[in-house]
Design a protein around this ligand. Structure first.
Ligand code: NAP
Length: 350
């Protein structure tokens, strides 16, 4: 006789998984319960890799002096304590790649088709995803990735993407991690705009620059700091101007954007730098009534709002929602369309 499986009751938002403080949503929670069994509307995923949010990975690396053994201990302690990979300093998480091992009988497979054995990347933040790590297998500091043995739980409300067959999974993971950025760029940029991307040589920066340039008459300006980032940006047909500047230095960035735009400044500024204190360089680079889009998780919204007010800057400050409808397909499509993006992402992430 086969043993009857038991499940927790259905709970689409995962509120029953919150241990502290009781009653809040999983993202706000200090601590989640990742224990099995799953609920009748949850998915169980055997996790292979965590793609840690760049701002979070950078913070952890700095706190551990770049020492991989210390980072491993830090991550194990963090997930052990919180039941999720939710960095308390940056507030951010990341996403994961794994294989579906169990589907609760009431998981909404009609709207979210999935089968046991599918390889998926979650598109909801690790900051709300119940996670148990049995072992860290390796840390890849250059690409913010942590390979683990462990499992995670996805709520019925969660979203995920099945991994495409036409590109390496780690490349797809890197693209899906920041899929919201190019999708929001598509909404924000108008034909003829000047678009400045702060942190333009990174994952989301390159995707945003490419997407912006698809609109007629757009001028793109990429701002980055390290030689490696500048090398990635050089000779790309969708980047019109490259500025080397430290995004923490608002005046330097403003002066260089002024020169690159002949004093016009940018209609849309996109912040995808992975470090704090870059708000003012974005605000100062934007023309009056323009839009500054903060995708970076290192953004302080207090600093941005008070900073803009303090210099009498009438710009529209937008929070970088990581999700917009169709964002995963759009981001993967850009990689299929652009040989340059595919080359850079493949070199960096496969
Ligand atoms: P990434 O690949 O690490 O890119 C960040 C870029 O910023 C890099 O090119 C980096 O250059 C550059 N940078 C660092 N310090 C700089 C400085 N002082 N001046 C100018 N540029 C500098 O990061 P990503 O994965 O694209 O993520 C970008 C941001 O988006 C992160 O803050 C991440 O947390 C956030 N994010 C948000 C969401 C969301 O839902 N809103 C989702 C995912 C990620 P180097 O190569 O020199 O370091």
């Amino acid at each position: 006789m086969t043993e009857k499986q038991t499940f927790r009751p259905a709970d689409p938002l995962g509120i029953q998984r919150v241990l502290e403080p009781k009653g809040v949503l999983p993202q706000q929670a200090e601590k989640l319960d990742p224990a099995l069994p799953i609920a009748e509307d949850e998915l169980l995923i055997e996790v292979e890799s965590l793609n840690i949010d760049s701002a979070s990975f950078h913070q952890i690396s700095k706190a551990c002096d770049g020492d991989v053994a210390k980072m491993e201990a830090h991550i194990l302690a963090l997930v052990g304590r919180r039941g999720k990979h939710h960095n308390p300093v940056t507030g951010s998480g990341g996403m994961l790649l794994g294989r579906v091992t169990q589907i609760g009988p009431n998981f909404p497979v009609g709207t979210k088709p999935v089968q046991v054995g599918d390889r998926i990347a979650t598109l909801v933040s690790l900051s709300l995803t119940p996670l148990h790590i049995r072992k860290i297998r390796s840390i890849h500091p250059k690409i913010d990735r942590v390979d683990i043995d462990g499992y995670a739980v996805l709520f019925a409300s969660g979203i995920f993407a099945r991994l495409p067959a036409d590109m390496p999974e780690t490349v797809a993971l890197a693209v899906l991690d920041v899929a919201g950025a190019p999708a929001q760029t598509r909404k924000l940029v108008q034909p003829g705009n000047t678009v400045a991307v702060v942190g333009g040589g990174g994952k989301s920066g390159l995707l945003c620059l490419y997407e912006a340039k698809r609109k007629t008459g757009v001028k793109t300006v990429a701002i980055d700091y390290s030689q490696a980032a500048l090398d990635r940006l050089s000779d790309l047909p969708f980047v019109d101007e490259i500025i080397q500047a430290d995004a923490r230095n608002g005046v330097e960035v403003m002066e260089k954007v002024w020169a690159a735009t002949k004093g016009q400044m940018a209609d849309v500024v996109i912040n995808v730098a992975n470090i704090p204190e870059t708000e003012m360089s974005c605000i100062l680079s934007c023309k009056q009534k323009g839009i500054v889009y903060f995708f970076s998780m290192a953004t302080s919204f207090t600093r941005a709002a008070l900073g803009a007010e303090g210099i009498g800057s009438d710009v529209d400050l937008r929070i970088g929602n990581g999700y917009t409808e169709g964002h995963a397909d759009l981001a993967l499509e850009l990689l299929r369309e652009s040989p340059e993006l595919r080359r850079i992402f493949t070199e960096q992430y496969s």
